[in-house]
Ligand binder design. Structure first.
Ligand code: ZN
Length: 154
């Protein structure tokens, strides 16, 4: 794995990101896949495959296969650690709050939910080219979840 060009971030944030990069969450294959989606970020060369196993409408297990830069890999690992045990609608809510934060639209009082380690990725928004790296796992997850919803209504 290459540890390419991690932008200049606060030390604390950098540590959180590198922790996830070095020991990523969600690396155990699932016995059953209920939701699957794949995403690429051609700009950087990041690729991700996401698989979820559900139990009573809760995300029970997450499996991530990813290649790419440290930001995208760390963001995927954070996704796996945060979304475990959440409902699909919680997952969407977290994802949209994260997107708002990355696009700089979230004021401090707008923080209705705890973004946990995702806060560490907030520093990346100073580097517009890397925002897509941070968002890739989340955009991919949203596609997976809407695909699942579609399957439910049909
Ligand atoms: Zn990247």
């Amino acid at each position: 794995m290459r540890e390419q060009a991690l932008p200049q971030l606060d030390e604390l944030y950098k540590e959180i990101i590198l922790d996830h990069y070095r020991s990523p969450q969600g690396r155990e294959p699932l016995e059953r896949v209920d939701i699957h989606s794949e995403g690429v970020n051609p700009l950087c060369g990041d690729e991700i495959k996401l698989s979820f196993m559900l139990k009573n409408n809760i995300i029970d297990k997450i499996f991530i296969e990813a290649h790419g830069c440290s930001i995208s890999l760390a963001s995927g690992s954070i996704l796996a650690s945060i979304l475990k045990g959440k409902t699909l609608s919680d997952a969407r809510l977290i994802s949209s709050s994260f997107k708002e934060m990355m696009h700089g639209n979230l004021n401090p009082n707008g923080h209705k939910i705890d973004l946990g380690d995702l806060e560490a990725l907030g520093g990346v928004k100073k580097f517009p080219l890397r925002i897509k790296c941070a968002l890739l796992p989340w955009t991919t997850m949203e596609e997976a979840v809407s695909g699942h919803k579609h399957v439910e209504v049909t």
